[in-house]
Design a protein around this ligand. Structure first.
Ligand SMILES: [Zn+2]
Length: 93
């Protein structure tokens, strides 16, 4: 059996997903808040700015940037240089 360690709370869990079942709904909600913010405001200068505006921790934003489908989402927005922010923040996926 393969265990995953939840990157939000540190619990071990066996189900699929980026976080444990307990954190899933909060994570989904924050991811959608994050995407809405990006859609309306762009990436701005740095992740700290997004974190301050959305209340999502920098650590979680870094995770969201690596989520499946996020790159496509960012591409569709056009004028956003995802690589710029990915390079400016050392992301440990
Ligand atoms: Zn968790």
């Amino acid at each position: 059996m393969e265990f995953n360690k939840c990157s939000r709370c540190g619990s071990f869990y066996v189900s699929q997903g980026n976080v444990c079942p307990k954190c899933q709904s909060k994570d989904t909600l924050e991811f959608s808040t994050f995407k809405t913010y990006i859609k309306e405001n762009g990436f701005g200068e740095n992740i700290e700015e997004i974190s301050g505006a959305t209340g999502i921790s920098v650590k979680n934003i870094n995770r969201f940037l690596g989520y499946e489908g996020f790159e496509n989402f960012a591409d569709k927005l056009g004028n956003i240089n995802t690589n710029k922010i990915l390079k400016s923040n050392k992301i440990d996926l």
